[in-house]
Ligand binder design. Structure first.
Ligand SMILES: [Zn+2]
Ligand SMILES: [Zn+2]
Length: 441
């Protein structure tokens, strides 16, 4: 009788090859074509022109993200089930956990803020971590799980919508504010949230998108590196070359283009909308606080002046930076970037890229004020003291989202195109020749 063994013995952990073969990419931030050598564990490559990190393979590329994601999930379970903050005012004690804070917002009919808080501090990190486990278990066991491409796409895109770190800092601000009027103690969930924020950042940076797409496609029986760079378009997201006839990338599913279509008009449109909403966000009251004797409606600026005069200079400075300086600076810098891409660069390409990265990185910190209001609202909702958000809170959230969209639609390669275009016209010696391929030794 013939015996067929369906089960292949596999050493555990499997001797997985983490190498990325030598290949060519176009830098997604400046468009420079770069020939990469074979990359091994612990190696990373930066663009020689703009210094953008093209890909970095970790020392434990298969295990580390799994370990970080598991640790984050365990921490999340504790953070969302334990006491976050306890507030006692006028003999009434509120013991708040994060789910009870969201419930409070819904009860008070501020569902929009509950959704914002739910998506940014719970929904996005949870789905991100589950996708991370799914994708990395598929990589580890070399198995084509169903919906693997979709899970990978979700994983790499959700990274920008995790704001646990912003919520943590907001709690500190709210704590200082609260402790001047009530008895406040921070619960175990607050301290664990600090650890969670750090491990989430670590998980996020341990996932090299370019490498993950290559390995996932190998499992799915496709070679992402099969196309010739000369006749194809380099996908701006996964950085593999695809046929010009494709509209969406066959490797990662993103839209395929050499430069983002309508980049400047889309970016400018979102920017104009943000500028218009920035006016009511600053003129209307953002927070209405009341007690049995007095009702006080504060705009962002009033609130800051009030805190400064009351002696809370540190919080006043933090709220001023997060609510006025950051969104204002972001709008001004996005105007500079859009005008530069249209009319020419006022500074070198590298300086302009620093401005671009700055606008991208600071955006989420504007949410501090909104999170502070959410925490104050959940803490003060009795007849003794009540805090509710004013109309400006919604306008302010929209300004943050619209400036993020404006930055998202802005294609930074347009800056470099303009830079080299003006270099050619004025015939100055250029720093780099744009069309040549850079080869790493
Ligand atoms: Zn570059
Ligand atoms: Zn792609």
């Amino acid at each position: 009788m013939k015996f067929i063994n369906h089960y292949r013995w596999r050493a555990y952990p499997p001797s997985l090859n983490a190498d990325l073969p030598a290949h060519t990419v176009d830098c997604p931030e400046c468009g420079q074509r770069i020939s990469l050598p074979r990359l091994k564990k612990g190696q990373e490559v930066h663009c020689p022109r703009c210094d953008h990190r093209i890909v970095g393979i970790g020392k434990n590329p298969y295990i580390a993200p799994l370990a970080y994601a598991t640790a984050s999930l365990i921490l999340m379970a504790f953070v969302y089930s334990m006491t976050f903050i306890t507030v006692t005012l006028g003999g009434i004690t509120s013991i708040l956990s994060l789910p009870s804070m969201m419930r409070q917002l819904i009860v008070l009919d501020f569902g929009f803020l509950a959704e914002v808080m739910f998506i940014l501090t719970f929904g996005s990190p949870l789905i991100f971590l589950l996708c991370c486990l799914y994708v990395y278990l598929a990589l580890l066991f070399d198995k084509a799980f169903p919906g693997l491409s979709y899970a990978t796409r979700t994983l790499v895109r959700l990274r920008h919508f995790i704001m646990v770190d912003v919520f943590f800092i907001s709690t500190l601000v709210a704590y200082i504010k609260l402790s001047s009027v009530a008895e406040v103690s921070l619960g175990a969930a607050f301290y664990l949230m600090f650890a969670l924020a750090l491990v989430l950042i670590r998980t996020s940076v341990s996932i090299p998108e370019h490498w993950v797409y290559y390995k996932i496609n190998l499992i799915l029986g496709r070679n992402a590196m099969g196309k010739s760079p000369e006749k194809c378009v380099c996908c701006s997201r996964c950085l593999y070359f695809r046929e010009k006839t494709e509209t969406t990338c066959g490797v990662c599913g993103a839209d395929l283009y050499i430069r983002r279509p309508k980049s400047l008009s889309m970016s400018t449109a979102f920017l104009l909308a943000a500028m218009i909403l920035y006016i009511p966000a600053n003129l209307l009251p953002i927070m209405i606080s009341s007690n049995p004797t007095v009702v006080q409606a504060n705009t962002i600026f009033n609130g800051i002046v009030y805190m400064w005069e009351e002696g809370d200079k540190l919080i006043a400075a933090i709220i001023f930076s997060a609510s006025i300086l950051v969104p204002g600076a972001k709008i001004v810098l996005l105007i500079v970037l859009n005008l530069s891409a249209h009319y020419g660069l006022p500074a070198s390409g590298k300086t302009m890229m620093k401005i671009y990265h700055f606008t991208d990185a600071v955006g989420k910190w504007s949410m501090i004020d909104i999170f502070v209001i959410i925490i104050l609202m959940s803490s003060f909702h009795s007849h003794v003291a009540r805090v509710v958000p004013g109309q400006a809170a919604i306008y302010f959230c929209l300004v943050v989202i619209l400036t993020m969209l404006s930055a998202y639609f802005f294609d930074p390669r347009l800056l470099w195109d303009k830079f080299y275009h003006s270099e050619t016209i004025t015939n100055r010696p250029s720093e780099n020749v744009p069309d040549t391929t850079y080869t790493y030794e």
